[in-house]
Design a protein around this ligand. Structure first.
Ligand code: SF4
Ligand code: SF4
Length: 97
């Protein structure tokens, strides 16, 4: 298959994730999400659906084990509220060819 014809969601199939036991993604000010962020772009920018806004509890939930380390959320958050680092060595994504 010609990889130029694949979109990002197709490409995710070539990634293996070794999840760390501790998160590499934090919110700097969790209350900002409910109070100051109307569009919540992290919930639809992330290609791996790491972020979910819990309407009942008015908080952003982070399923960090799904992260494929693309970096998009760092730039998508309008309030620069995401504290993101690479997972520890030996954890995170590995590419399959
Ligand atoms: S985009 Fe940023 S401020 Fe908005 S909900 Fe997501 S983490 Fe919170
Ligand atoms: S780095 Fe990419 S995959 Fe990971 S949480 Fe951010 S947008 Fe999602």
């Amino acid at each position: 298959m010609d990889s130029r014809n694949l979109n990002l969601r197709d490409m995710v199939q070539f990634v293996t994730i070794v999840p760390d036991s501790q998160t590499h993604i934090y919110l700097k000010e969790p209350n900002l999400c409910a109070d100051k962020c109307d569009l919540k772009p992290c919930t639809y920018i992330c290609p791996s659906h790491v972020y979910y806004f819990d309407d009942d509890n008015q908080q952003t939930l982070i399923d960090y084990k799904r992260c494929i380390e693309c970096g998009a959320c760092i730039y998508a958050c309008p309030l620069e509220n995401i504290d993101w680092h690479f997972p520890r060595p030996g954890y995170g994504i590995f590419y399959k060819y």
